[in-house]
Design a protein around this ligand. Sequence first.
Ligand code: NAP
Length: 554
Amino acid sequence: MTLLAVPIMVEGLDEALRAAILAGEHGADVVEYRVDRVADDVELVKTLVDRSPLPCLLTCRPTWEGGEYDGDDQQRISLIEAAGLVVRPPAYIDVELLAYERSANLRQKVHLVVEHEQQLRPVDAGLILSSHDFDGRPADLMRRVAAMVDTKACRVAKVAWRARSIRDNLEAFDLVRESAKPMIALCMGEFGLASRVLAKKFGAHLTFAALDDQSETAPGQPTLEQIKGLYRWDRIGPATKVFGVVGWPVGHSLSPAIHNAGFDAVDPERGSLKGDGGTVDFGYDGVYLPMPVAPGYEPFKASVGAWLDHETLDFRGASVTLPHKENLLRFVQERGGEIEALAARIGAANTLTVREDGSLLATNTDYAAALDALCDGLETTWEGLAGMRVGVLGAGGVSRALVAGLAHAGATVVIYNRTKERAEALAEAFNGTPTMLGAKAKVVPASIEKLCATCCEAIINATSVGMHPEVAASPVPQSLFEDQTRPRVVFDTIYNPLKTKLLQQAQAAGCRTITGDEMFIRQAAAQFEQWTTQPAPLTTFRQVMANALSPHKT
Ligand code: NAP
């Protein structure tokens, strides 16, 4: 079992004990008392360890290893010795490999309070030998690991380094998986989250999670609430399939919240049922993580390729967002995978799926999501869009997917964009392409000044005008809604805020409106169904989205 440890930077006894109680109440198995700041108060540390409500790990980290203790080694080792001999001693004592290797005196003192073969005292604290590198992977990482593993008194080997890309996590997984001794291998920083969350999948001895977002003790540490709630800690096991959102940046993506909640919703009691048709598995054993990948094809190819090629990661798919949507197409093509025809025509895909046979599929779930949302508003089907005039505002990436979908369905598409040339180029790319009914698509550019009430039955905004914080802006003049004839449906792809100025204008004029979250939820639902082959829990998706966006609701 992989333990969940909450580090507590100790300032005072009562405060630390309160934090430890809270950690236990929220599901931590162990607390790590970081006594760097109170190392001169031996009585405080002894009392804290003795009264700890959870098994504890005692650490006094020196500044030269990234901690805050700047005294000498003799004093801190005396502290560890004193705290190690209280009535209820620590479960673990952490000592840096470097300090342990360079001082025979330190080794001797540490050996007095930890369990090992020659130990004569009745102690069973385990020694964690550790090594931390805040710049990157140390060149002698393997030597350090070997030294820890070869040290008889060392119960758990711990290495942590700052990851330079999400590929670093893979080495952490392999170290854990292949170690002859209980192991903790963690990557620090924004690229290292996978090593922390998936520690359980690979059987690491423990992982760390902060009590709240103010108390992380290493860069990139998730909070206890995130690891338990968002990242499904209790459900993670050796067979858990891994998904993620590849982009730059991805820190604020809502996709992890949506997809992990989706896995939870289809997984009320994971297991299998015996029926007439044999044993049927139900529920879904998956976890979804942010996957930050720097811009450019090479970083994309190296990172996503390495995750796919890892033998035991079970990386089964990803949402792919800016700036990598074009890179996904090229990557899947180079790997001999399949590309959905319309995604190829759009020139961008947002979904990577690894099929059961290991082959890759790249699809674009944006255009279908937008079309479905529009059809709901118009109370029609994709076929019903044929011949209908739909105005698209904007000529960027989202517009391209919309125009492709609308042209495919046979709608007459009018593109209005600030930069005329972009509207013209986009229209030219899709005008005359075959529709799903075998006709030729009609896609034309038009000047935004010509947008009038009688122009279109539906208008879709795919510009960023009206997006937070410019919430008072609308991409169209008020006069558009003052005519007797007005668009039946107005759809804004923006979801922050949900009720944009454009939608407020449209609603006041009696038009039916569609908010941008509908498109987001449906593109996520299509991804979820491709990956899990189970119906997406739309109600859950909507709840998660509503909670995430509630501060921006107008
Ligand atoms: P993009 O490629 O950067 O395109 C932006 C478009 O907005 C361009 O056509 C640009 O016109 C236009 N624009 C920007 N500022 C403008 C201004 N001040 N006045 C007039 N036009 C302006 O962006 P994108 O990736 O297509 O995203 C567009 C919008 O889609 C985003 O704002 C986002 O809210 C929304 N979105 C929604 C979802 C969803 O699932 N609901 C997903 C992704 C994005 P020029 O060509 O003249 O520069």
